[in-house]
Design a protein around this ligand. Structure first.
Ligand code: SF4
Length: 138
């Protein structure tokens, strides 16, 4: 079972590393074209896995795999907003670690979410979006 994949994307014209967290294999829908094989409610990313991976990435800042000018932290599922508490914790940790390490990504990162929108109006999701927007509006 693979929880994390990565690839390059087009933001910053190939100067951004795209790092994707598959936070859950659960989803409320059953689209016929769904890319996810083996949807289920049990497989969700443990916090320890996310933290260990973030630490690894930030510990290897100069490795060719991570020596990009910018980064996109990408969250998918299943439906990622089913795991809004985990996502909130991951994003807080990333921001804190980037600041504490004086990492060059601190001023050059994005968060990206591939969502079906069903949970969009839930308070926890809205609170999270407001917090993220505030970060990018100053
Ligand atoms: S919303 Fe996305 S994850 Fe859910 S069933 Fe449809 S394609 Fe799959």
């Amino acid at each position: 079972m693979s929880f994390i994949k990565d690839s390059n994307n087009s933001w910053q014209s190939c100067m951004a590393k795209n790092i994707t967290f598959i936070v859950t294999k659960d989803c409320q829908l059953a689209c016929k074209y769904c890319y996810l094989v083996g949807k289920n409610v049990k497989e969700r990313m443990p916090w320890e896995v996310a933290k260990t991976f973030i630490d690894y990435v930030l510990d290897h800042e100069t490795d060719p795999d991570f020596a990009y000018e910018s980064v996109v932290w990408d969250f998918i599922g299943g439906e990622p907003f089913l795991e809004i508490e985990l996502i909130n914790k991951i994003c807080d940790y990333i921001k804190t670690e980037l600041f504490c390490r004086n990492h060059h990504w601190f001023n050059s990162y994005r968060f990206s979410f591939s969502t079906n929108g069903i949970n969009y109006h839930e308070k926890a999701v809205q609170d999270f979006i407001k917090k993220i927007k505030y970060r990018h509006n100053y």
